[in-house]
Write a new protein. Structure first.
Length: 70
């Protein structure tokens, strides 16, 4: 689908989490940060990402987005 239209990197993370691939999901979230994916604004409160809340990479993403303190 992405060859025909834009797919936000953040859209790929929840399915990867459901498949038990948190590192791959975080890779896509970090790509989203790099391109200023607007969907990341809800990262701290979106239910799809609850499993990542204690992960250091996720915490760094939140800090980078201004959604958490250092």
């Amino acid at each position: 689908m992405s060859s025909h239209m834009f797919v936000a990197p953040s859209a790929l993370a929840p399915p990867l989490l459901a498949l038990g691939e948190p590192d791959r999901a975080l890779d896509w979230l970090e790509k989203g940060l790099a391109i200023h994916d607007p969907h990341l604004a809800l990262l701290a409160v979106h239910q799809s990402y609850l499993a990542l809340h204690d992960h250091p990479r996720f915490q760094r993403l939140l800090v980078s987005l201004g959604l958490a303190d250092v």
